[in-house]
Design a protein around this ligand. Sequence first.
Ligand code: GDP
Ligand code: MG
Length: 210
Amino acid sequence: MRIKKAELLAIAVKKSQYPEESGAEIAFAGRSNVGKSSLLNLLTGKKSLARISGSPGKTRTVNFYQINDEFHFVDLPGYGYAKVSRSVSESWGKMVESYLLERKTLRKVVLLVDIRHEPSAQDVQMYRWLRLYGLSGLVAATKADKISKNETRKNSGVIRKTLEMEENGLLIPVSALKKSGTDALMEAIEAIITPNETGSAGRRCIREEK
Ligand SMILES: Nc1nc2c(ncn2[C@@H]2O[C@H](COP(=O)(O)OP(=O)(O)O)[C@@H](O)[C@H]2O)c(=O)[nH]1
Ligand SMILES: [Mg+2]
């Protein structure tokens, strides 16, 4: 799939500012500075769709992008930035958790981790949340240009293991610098947002199981 059109739809700090639940949604999560904005810009072919920051931790908003008039990309606020106050990280948690739990059109969350490092405790926690909400199984390992092919293989194994990824989960190395990995990632995203035969591409929703 080619992304022909991408535009900012909404910048939200609370639920009432979210756009209407229409069309499938793919969200992107990860710690601050992991390369989320760079990846969104690369996927959409727009150099400044999402702002790229040298000073991490500034974005505390949920940003919605309309893609090809068809679906949404959602840029979740980054976590793990040490310099925020406790009240800011608490409000981050509440905002992200309620988005993950309640957003009906959300199909999957791409978790971004830095391919050079073992996932942090927060990455592991985030992936647990995603698994609990039926949104796990797709990880993008960023900054793949910074290490060799051998290290990529080795580190991918460590990341899979640390996150306790599902056997059929996908871990895709990407590089915004080398513009690599996006075809594989878009292929995975396309498979998720394309409705299956019964027309229900929905996730397993934990609220409906009660
Ligand atoms: N070498 C390299 N640097 C990257 C890559 N992706 C992002 N960066 C750099 O990492 C920093 C944070 O990137 P940004 O996209 O703002 O991260 P965000 O905070 O997760 O949105 C910036 O200095 C980027 O230039 C990548 O694939 N390779
Ligand atoms: Mg960013």
